[in-house]
Structure formats: structure tokens, C-alpha cells
Design a protein around this ligand. Structure first.
Ligand code: TNX
Length: 700
């Protein structure tokens, strides 16, 4: 059975319950083994800050003492593994390495009351109990990452530090910093000052045009090299490595507005998949590789991590087609297509990266058009399949498949976000197992270095806190899939731990995390609301305003004839979910069982919903699934005879729903008649969609 009593996330490899507790109080001392002083300093400081207690040092192990030691008793703990041995007398954190000690500390913190995560000291208790347990633990994957796109929206250094802090408490050990893209260059490069003087800013009068909600005003920013050094050191203390990404040769509009010479043609009109023109480095211009070498030299000096990410995604190769230099290059090297030109470009960059003493990593497109070094790693973003392909080509792989781990995708049908990789609710994140592949042998699958999630920031301009909201709690699911052995992972168990204790930790950390919204249904003159979790409160308003944490608490169904006046929110303490209206009880539902792959007419009985003449509103409400539903036409029938139709394209897709209401009329209502709708519909891209068809009649 999976152990869950202490609600730890990620779940450790092994926990053994002991009786009793250890009390941490003002008298508690810390013993740091000889030789560990340096490694332990940060752990000591964190414990003091978290508990608000002095935790003075002691020279020998006494009762009421926290011990940091390297004397582990188990093999295979590796660098990041640890033992946490808590009795009524002492707490031992034991590890082979400071990284393991740090993770032992993280688990210990989760065993303390959640308030220890709060920045406000006065609320903290003067003493508290920690359950006696024995834990040994180590990660499933060495690479446990999270990517943040700071180009489309800029996040200041303060936010980046908080972000890293939060990652570290989930035992994530890598922060992938997507520093450059079409909409902003965010890293100071001394040799090319225009990259940030021009390329870091957009707006009406700036080098880069307004984009992604930033409007006419000057918008942007960058990190100075001093700030970067400071952040790198900050992350290092928390066992978080920083992987810098310089996206090449595409996604480079911010470069080309700063240094137009890097382009093939100044007036090229072809565009990238995202509609951006002139954003590709010319492959046939030697000086470009010199400039890249200069840039990557500065990057490699700033970031001690072994890898540099060079992007490589979504290159608009047509920019090269139209370029004489690129054509010449292609000819000289007897290349037959532009994939090979791309591969040539990537290989030259790889040579530079390797010369700088680093290994290269790039998005899955880097494997197109030719073989790279075997020490190059492929980051699979389009799908897990791309990762398996890369393994077969002999590369190491980091899995970041969009359909599971892109946190820019919408989390439900009612929320904002991208939709190209489908809806990505936390349950879907949790369901991903990177090594679940029947056709590849363990030899291959063991070359999966790990997993990452990614947060692209196109749609993160508002509201405030939306970056937190998109990251948490999905990151908690990522943390567990990256750390915990697959055979110990179970969704319901995870969900219980999340709701019972972990929300409270996130809350105390000050994260604006997503809470599941309530489900309010209007039927037979009353609104009944389903609480989506435990430890959560439903509050509501009746005046059109957003419920807040002082609004009325929902307890039993509400009788009303005006359900449209109500708004509901889920609350954890004073932190709320998005607001939801009450929806009518569905007249019908769609699911993969009745959804065709190609447009077809599907009939639904809606007799109980049609009780008079009137304007009939048929609304399609997406609830679950991956890519959604498309509708072309809704026809209303009385006793099988068409009486009205509304023909227009409706799309039901997370973050994309549009024109999802169809308007019809009943003029000759007949009490005993059979009413139905015939819907011309199909699954969007694949058949994996669930939803409600809501029918309301406004009497004439
Ligand atoms: C594709 S993922 C991109 C990004 C977008 C993202 C949105 C990748 C390597 N390229 O430029 O932001 O989709 O989901």
C-alpha cells in the first residue's frame, strides 16, 4: 500500500512510521558533523528562518537535537538521496552529499506545520511536534526541471528567486530559463549591448512591436550579468541548476531588430509558424557564428551548469530558401534540403558549445537533417514519441511533451491558456510516465535523463498571479512523477495528499495556486453545488460581484427562480478559485461514445427541456477530454420533423471556445410531442471530448 499519512509531496521511496513525536522548541540544538560546516550553513539558516527558533549549535549529539551527518546506513542513496531518522529524542538527516542533506531538510519541513513556510514570523508557534518516522529516499530521475519563458512576458529577478525557491521545495533541481525569443532578449551580453538596449523592449516606439497584451507602452526588461550571477548563486544553494536557453537560429526577432546584419534578407516576407517575419539567423554568413560564439562565451561564463540550451525549434526555413548565401552553402556542402542546412547550423553551434566546455541540448527539431554528437541531449516537446525517436538515434533525452507537461495549456474548459496540445489538467500531468513504452528496451529507456514541464508566457499578461496559477499545483504532480518510483504513484492518493496538506503549504508560501472551481447545477428550482475537494469552502454572491472570502458560505441547495444572479467560488482560507455561474442541468451530454470523427448528424432527445413555446438556447459546454468538439449546425425537431435550425461553426476547446450557443424557436408547442436536436458535429482532431448540452427556453 502507498503510504500517505504525512501527505508528503513528492512521495518518498520508503517511510516507516514510529510511535511518538519529536518536539522542536527553543532548547533544540543542531549538531553539524565535522567537515559539513559549509554545506550545512544554508540548511541551518533555513531551519532557523522556517521555525523562528534559535536552534543553536551543539558540539556533541545530545537529546533534543537535530543532527546533520554523512553516516548513511543505506547503499544507493546517490548524491541526492537521504535518510531522515526521527525519534522522540533526535532528528537525523543523513546523506552522502550536501544535495541529499538539502532534500532531507525539504522532507523535514513538510513534516512541520505548514505555517513554517510563511514569511511572517510572528504567527509561528514557539514549539511544535514532528512525527517520529524513518524515511529513506532518492530520486527516480536526475533531471527534474521546469522551464519559464521570460521573453513573451518579463519576470523580474525577485520573482525568479521566488520561483526557484518554490521549485526547490518540490525537489525540482533544474530551472530552464528561456531567455530569448521573438518578443524580447533578456540577458545582458557585454559585447552586443544592442541586444538588450533594443531587443529587450517592445511598444509603439520601440524596436519590437507590441505583443501579447503589452500594448503601445514601452514594455520589457532584462537581467544584468550581476543579477544573473546573483540568481545562479541563489539557485545553487537550493540545489537548483540553471539551464540558460539562447533560442537559435529561429525565434530570433529580438536579435534581428538589434543587429539586422544577421538576417538573410532585410526584406524577407516569409513568416514562422507563429507569424513572425525576419526572425532567423542566416546560415551562410560566417560572421554569424562568430557572434554566436561571443554570445555563448559570455553565457557559459555566467552559468556553471554543464549544458547550454540552443533552442532549434520552429525554424522558418523558407528564409534560407530565398537567400543566396544559404543556397551557396547548400551547394558547397552538397546538401539536398533545408533540414540539412538546419543541421549544419546546429552542428556548428554544437562545436562552439563543446569548445566552451559545455554539452548541448536543444528542442527535438535539432535531430532533423543529420546526426549530432552523442553527448548532445534532445528535449522532446512535440510529443513523447519524439523523445523515443531521439533515443533510437542514440541521444540522451529530456521529456517535455506538450500534451502532458506544457503548463501554458488550459487546465479546464473554463480557463485560459493555449490549446494546441490539448487540455492539460493536473490529472493528465500526473498520468505521464516517460518510461512507459513497450517497444523500446530498458537500454534505451534508461537514457531518459528526466522530465521537465514548461511554461510559455504568451498568455500570461493577466491577471496578476496567473504564472503561479498555471504552475501550481500542476508542478506538484510533475515533482512526483520526476522523483517518486512509478510503482508508488497513484492519482487518488496524490490528490488526497495535495488537498489535505499541500494546499496549505502552497498557501503559506504565498503562491497564487489554482483551486478547482465548484460545479453549480440548477435543477427543479434549486442550485446544488458540488465541492471539488476536502478542506475547501464554497462561497457565493447574488449581486453579480465576484465572491470573496467574506461572502456567504454555501451549505445546502439554494431555492431560487433567478439562478443567473449567482456566482460561486471555491476557497482555501482567503484564497479563491475562478468564479463560476450555475449551469442548467444538462439536457444531454456528448462523450467519445457519441462523437464522430468526421462531421455527422447526431440526435439528442431534449423533450423534458421543452415545456412551452419560446426562444430555445442550446449551449455546448465542454467539460473534459483533450482537443474538444466542433459543431456546424443544430436543428430542432418536433416528433422527428425539423422545425428550426441554426447553422454556424461552433468550437468547444479549452481556452478557445467560441460561438458555442445555438438559437432556435418553438412556435407550436405540443404537450405530448417528442423534441430532439440533430447536431452536425465531430471531434476536434481526435475523439476525446466530453461535455454537456444545456437547453433553456425563454417563453414568448
Ligand atoms: C511552441 S515549444 C514553442 C513556443 C511556444 C509554445 C506555446 C517550443 C520549442 N516552441 O515558442 O511558446 O509552443 O505552447
Amino acid at each position: 500500500m502507498i503510504y500517505s499519512q504525512h501527505n508528503l509531496i513528492p512521495l518518498p521511496v520508503h517511510i516507516k512510521e514510529r510511535s511518538g513525536q519529536f518536539t522542536i522548541n527553543r532548547q533544540t540544538r543542531i549538531f553539524i558533523e565535522k567537515g559539513l560546516e559549509k554545506d550545512a550553513a544554508f540548511i541551518h539558516e533555513t531551519l532557523q528562518k522556517s521555525t523562528g527558533l534559535p536552534l543553536q549549535k551543539t558540539g556533541k549529539v545530545i537529546a533534543n537535537c537535530i543532527v546533520l551527518s554523512t553516516k548513511t546506513t543505506r547503499p544507493h542513496l546517490g548524491d541526492e538521496g537521504y535518510e531522515l531518522d526521527i525519534t522522540q529524542k533526535q532528528i537525523y538527516i543523513k546523506a552522502n552529499h550536501s544535495k541529499g542533506l538539502f532534500y532531507g531538510l525539504q522532507t523535514l519541513l513538510q513534516l512541520m506545520p505548514p505555517v513554517i513556510y510563511s514569511a511572517s514570523l510572528p504567527e509561528k508557534p514557539a514549539n511544535f511536534k514532528v512525527p517520529a518516522v524513518y524515511i529513506f529516499d532518492y530520486p527516480r530521475f536526475a533531471w527534474r526541471g521546469m522551464m519559464l519563458d521570460v521573453s513573451r512576458q518579463f519576470f523580474d529577478a525577485g520573482y525568479i528567486k521566488k520561483y526557484i525557491d518554490w521549485l526547490a521545495s518540490h525537489k525540482i533541481n533544474l530551472f530552464h530559463w528561456h531567455l530569448t525569443d521573438d518578443e524580447g532578449w533578456r540577458i545582458e551580453i557585454k559585447k552586443y549591448p544592442l541586444l538588450t538596449q533594443k531587443g529587450a523592449w517592445r511598444g509603439k516606439d520601440e524596436a519590437l512591436p507590441p505583443a501579447y497584451g503589452s500594448g503601445d507602452a514601452r514594455y520589457g526588461g532584462f537581467y544584468s550579468q550581476d543579477e544573473i550571477r546573483d540568481i545562479v548563486a541563489y539557485a545553487q544553494k537550493r540545489n537548483v541548476s540553471i539551464l540558460p536557453e539562447i533560442d537559435l537560429p529561429g525565434h530570433s526577432r529580438a536579435v534581428t531588430v538589434s543587429y539586422p546584419n544577421v538576417l538573410c534578407l532585410a526584406n524577407d516576407t516569409t513568416a514562422s509558424v507563429q507569424g513572425i517575419r525576419r526572425n532567423v539567423w542566416c546560415a551562410g554568413r560566417n560572421e554569424n557564428f562568430e557572434m554566436i560564439e561571443d554570445i555563448l562565451t559570455e553565457v557559459s561564463e555566467l552559468f556553471p551548469f554543464d549544458y547550454i540550451h540552443i533552442g532549434g525549434d520552429e525554424v522558418n526555413k523558407r528564409a534560407w530558401e530565398n537567400c543566396e548565401r544559404c543556397q551557396q552553402l547548400k551547394h558547397e556542402h552538397s546538401m539536398t534540403d533545408m533540414h540539412q542546412v538546419q543541421s549544419y547550423f546546429v552542428r556548428r553551434v554544437e562545436t562552439i558549445v563543446n569548445r566552451l566546455g559545455k554539452k548541448m541540448i536543444g528542442w527535438n527539431e535539432i535531430m532533423e537533417g543529420g546526426q549530432l554528437n552523442s553527448n548532445t541531449t534532445v528535449m522532446a516537446w512535440l510529443s513523447a514519441k519524439h523523445g523515443y525517436q531521439a533515443l533510437q538515434h542514440g541521444y540522451e533525452v529530456v521529456m517535455v511533451p506538450g500534451p502532458y507537461l506544457y503548463f501554458d495549456m488550459a487546465q479546464s474548459a473554463d480557463e485560459q491558456g493555449h490549446s494546441w496540445a490539448g487540455m492539460v489538467p493536473i490529472e493528465r500531468v500526473y498520468s505521464f510516465d516517460p518510461q512507459a513504452n513497450d517497444t523500446l528496451s530498458a537500454n534505451y529507456l534508461n537514457k531518459i535523463k528526466g522530465v521537465q514541464a514548461a511554461l510559455w508566457s504568451e498568455f500570461l499578461d493577466k491577471p496578476a498571479g496567473i504564472a503561479d496559477y498555471q504552475t501550481y499545483p500542476r508542478l506538484c504532480a510533475l515533482a512526483e512523477l520526476a522523483w517518486t518510483p512509478q510503482n508508488l504513484r497513484e492519482w487518488n492518493n496524490f490528490k488526497t495528499r495535495l488537498q489535505t496538506s499541500h494546499y496549505n503549504r502552497l498557501y503559506n508560501m504565498g503562491i497564487a495556486f489554482r483551486l478547482p472551481p465548484p460545479d453549480a447545477v440548477y435543477k427543479d428550482g434549486a442550485i446544488a453545488v458540488k465541492n471539488p475537494g476536502t478542506n475547501l469552502t464554497i462561497r457565493y454572491t447574488t449581486d453579480g460581484t465576484e465572491p470573496n472570502f467574506t461572502s456567504a458560505i454555501y451549505t445546502t441547495p439554494i431555492k431560487t427562480t433567478s439562478p443567473e444572479l449567482y456566482k460561486f467560488k471555491t476557497f482555501f482560507e482567503n484564497h479563491g478559485s475562478i468564479a463560476m455561474p450555475a449551469f442548467p442541468f444538462p439536457a444531454a451530454t456528448w462523450s467519445p461514445e457519441n462523437t464522430p470523427a468526421k462531421f455527422e448528424l447526431i440526435e439528442f432527445d431534449i423533450t423534458p427541456s421543452i415545456s412551452s413555446n419560446g426562444d430555445v438556447e442550446v449551449k455546448f459546454r465542454l467539460r473534459d477530454g483533450i482537443h474538444g468538439l466542433q459543431v456546424k449546425k443544430v436543428e430542432l425537431l418536433q416528433n422527428g420533423i425539423s422545425i428550426d435550425a441554426d447553422v454556424h461553426d461552433g468550437l468547444m476547446a479549452a481556452g478557445r471556445t467560441s460561438n458555442n450557443i445555438y438559437y432556435l424557436k418553438v412556435n407550436n408547442h405540443s404537450a405530448g410531442a417528442y423534441y430532439s436536436i440533430r447536431v452536425e458535429m465531430q471531434g476536434r482532431w481526435e475523439i476525446n471530448t466530453f461535455g454537456d448540452i444545456l437547453v433553456t427556453v425563454k417563453e414568448f
